[in-house]
Design a protein around this ligand. Structure first.
Ligand SMILES: *Cc1c(COP(=O)(O)O)cnc(C)c1O
Length: 467
């Protein structure tokens, strides 16, 4: 290793990274808006929820997800209060465990699930089924049967085949099930292609333009066991402005009005979905919930007035915007490699003890993250680094570009903020990795909500291991 990293770090041809990425003025100071509200550094050590992260991982080891309980609850309350008069459904698929389901209930939010597993976690937590919404484009008959039997508050129907199943289930159980009809309003949110879900060429929902949505509504109205609540649309994820919602709301409300005139049915509710963006890097600048609420309410009021229809009760479904910023992932650095690229520039590859098994988003969506040294101070100059995992894939990248101190070395802790959404919930056992724990921190106390998997967990389903 060179003795004076500043030599190459400052050399002509040194990598600058993407245009938005700036070297930090001081490695010992966090960029506040990327971190949960209680996170800060003391002598270079990351502290979250009043708990020293180096102390915490001395107990639970790395990698570990650290969940700032006060931050999660505050974000849940900000949506509840910002969207006063709406029903706010926390999208459990972003991250769910029984403790989090309880926090959601305690903060007065409702809950979205989209599988029998998520429903099981919610019910085990004692979540009121009447405040659960059930999503999914391919719900099985047993799943629907259970949802109806448990008294789930709304099933968001997604296909004609599902309508067939749900009609059979409600008739055989002799129950009435409130439903929403998921429609595709033909809006492409300004976000990554793979997480935009409302353009027509996709698997979710009934097309408005093809007339399927109106036909689905007609089917629900005619079905004796189904009670029509309203229309549902979800236009994508990691969205930063309300222009996409505006176009979607206009199209969905036009259908809402059409149902009134053609079928003589006034639907009491409408769901505008989730997808509110968060700051993964300094490039992202999300609006606060109250501001989003003001804009979205104005759009709906305006359209309803223009159409001459009463305003339906609105609901939204934020997942990422509540849990995303509340969690960070802590890793231990194992190896550091300086790789010379064409033109002589050098990229520092920092390998950590996790990777695509605990955060697939970088590989799956080309997502950007940031990170910081979490265990000590450093006065070394910033070096453009790529934080990579330990899996057998060249695409196993956690943080594509970040300036870490040039003296980053094995044994250092590196923490990645905003990993609460779609990281633990999408975690895998690739390379037979043990999925990391989720540790909640609050007022100086650390509580493991989900423990680290063990080798016994890994082998539990391998029948050959029990011979
Ligand atoms: C995923 C999803 C959400 C939540 O999206 P976020 O980006 O986490 O807010 C809400 N509603 C539906 C239907 C979804 O599929």
């Amino acid at each position: 290793m060179p003795t004076h990293e500043a030599g190459w770090a400052h050399a002509d041809g040194a990598l600058r990274g993407p245009a938005w990425l700036r070297p930090p003025a001081d490695h010992d100071v966090l960029v506040d808006r990327l971190w949960s509200t209680t996170a800060h550094k003391v002598d270079g050590e990351l502290v979250v929820g009043g708990v020293s992260v180096p102390d915490l991982v001395a107990d639970v080891n790395t990698p570990a997800y650290v969940l700032d309980e006060a931050d999660f609850r505050a974000r849940a309350r900000a949506f509840r209060d910002g969207f006063a008069g709406y029903d706010v459904y926390y999208a459990g698929k972003a991250f769910l465990c029984t403790a989090v389901a309880r926090w959601v209930a305690e903060e007065g939010l409702s809950l979205d699930v989209c599988s029998d597993g998520e429903l099981t976690v919610a019910l085990r937590a004692g979540f009121d089924p009447a405040r659960i919404g059930y999503h999914g484009n391919n719900k099985t008959e047993p799943e629907l049967r259970r949802a109806v039997a448990e008294g789930v508050g709304r099933v968001i129907v997604d296909s004609f085949d599902e309508l067939d199943r749900l009609e059979r289930v409600t008739v055989s159980l002799g129950r009435s099930q409130p439903v929403m009809v998921r429609v595709t309003p033909g809006v492409e949110a300004h976000t990554h292609e793979y997480i935009a879900t409302a353009h027509e060429d996709q698997k979710f929902g009934f097309s408005i333009t093809a007339g399927d949505a109106l036909e689905a509504v007609r089917r629900v109205v005619a079905a004796p066991g189904l009670e029509l609540l309203g229309l549902h649309s979800h236009i994508g994820s990691q969205i930063f402005d309300t222009s996409g919602f505006e176009v979607a709301a206009r199209r969905v409300l036009a259908l809402h009005a059409q149902v009134g005139t053609e079928l003589g049915v006034t639907m009491p509710e409408m769901d505008l979905g989730g997808g509110f963006g968060i700051a993964y890097t300094t490039e992202d600048d999300p609006a606060d919930p109250a501001q989003l609420a003001t804009e979205m309410t104005k759009i709906v009021e305006h359209e309803c007035r223009a159409l001459g229809v009463a305003e339906p009760r609105l609901s939204i479904e934020p997942g990422r915007a509540i849990v995303g910023p509340a969690m960070c992932t802590v890793y231990t650095v194992g190896t550091v490699k300086r790789v010379e690229l064409d033109g002589g520039a050098v990229r520092t590859y920092v390998s950590v003890d996790g990777g695509m098994s605990d955060n697939i988003r970088t590989a799956l969506y080309d997502a950007d993250y940031s990170c910081t040294l979490a265990s000590r101070t450093s006065a070394a100059p910033p070096a453009l680094s790529r934080v990579v995992g330990k899996h057998c894939e060249a695409g196993d990248i956690v943080v594509q570009d970040e300036f870490l101190p040039a003296d980053v070395r094995p044994g250092d802790l590196v923490a990645v903020p905003s990993t609460g959404a779609y990281c633990r919930s999408m975690a895998s056992n690739y390379n037979h990795a043990l999925r990391p724990p989720v540790v909640a921190v609050r007022d100086g106390v650390a509580t493991t909500l989900v423990r680290r998997e063990t080798v016994d967990d890994l082998l539990a389903t391998d029948l050959g291991a029990h011979e």
